[in-house]
Design a protein around this ligand. Structure first.
Ligand SMILES: C[S@@+](CC[C@H](N)C(=O)[O-])C[C@H]1O[C@@H](n2cnc3c(N)ncnc32)[C@H](O)[C@@H]1O
Length: 189
């Protein structure tokens, strides 16, 4: 990446659940430095997230009011491109867990509150860490249409039980990139 933008995860969930934390940890590992968690109001959550990146209680729209920001929103009209990564200072991803039927929370909780531009990462709803992976691949020069994404994945627990995760999962050598620890967590719970 010639010029690495700041990646913001705007923490919008009321609690830091185990599932959310698994995605945040993986997102932090994927992006590396220049990661900021915004809108973190609880002291305890802030203490935990400080181990993964910079933390502020402010919303991205206020913390980065003077910078060129773009919100990654599934409802955006334009796709994210490598050129965007060179143009924008800050890329904002929602710290939001997905529902089977996407509820447009990125738009209502983040994009609609700002005048920032928006970009999408394809038609499928990705997990937070999946969105970070695809964003990084694009910032490294890939074209969105060349990134393979599985439509959903099935976690098989035993001969009769399984869980369908109805989200897009980037494929690496034909294998879906699942959040580390998520399968163990789903089996346990
Ligand atoms: C699990 S998604 C939450 C989506 C949320 N349920 C909604 O309907 O907007 C977590 C975050 O990843 C990013 N994301 C996931 N899929 C995306 C896509 N196809 N295009 C753009 N951003 C995406 C968004 O920033 C989103 O807030």
């Amino acid at each position: 990446m010639k010029r690495k933008p700041i990646l913001v995860i705007e923490h919008c969930e009321p609690t830091l659940s185990e599932w959310l934390m698994l995605e945040y940890k993986h997102a932090a590992k994927l992006w590396g430095d220049k990661l900021v968690f915004t809108r973190v109001s609880r002291k305890k959550t802030s203490e935990v997230l400080q181990h993964l990146g910079q933390v502020t209680s402010k919303k991205a729209k206020d913390f980065y009011a003077q910078r060129k920001c773009v919100v990654l929103d599934p409802q955006a009209k334009k796709p994210l491109t490598s050129k965007d990564c060179a143009t924008f200072d800050v890329l904002i991803i929602g710290g939001l867990l997905g529902y089977e039927n996407p509820q447009g929370r990125t738009k209502t909780m983040i994009a609609d509150e700002t005048a920032f531009q928006t970009r999408h990462l394809g038609l499928l709803q990705l997990s937070i860490d999946g969105a970070v992976f695809v964003t990084k691949a694009i910032c490294l020069g890939m074209n969105l249409k060349d990134i393979e994404i599985a439509q959903e994945i099935e976690i098989v627990h035993d001969a009769v039980h399984s869980t369908i995760l109805p989200f897009g999962y980037p494929l690496i050598n034909n294998t879906p990139m699942i959040t580390p620890g998520l399968v163990k967590y789903l089996i346990k719970s």
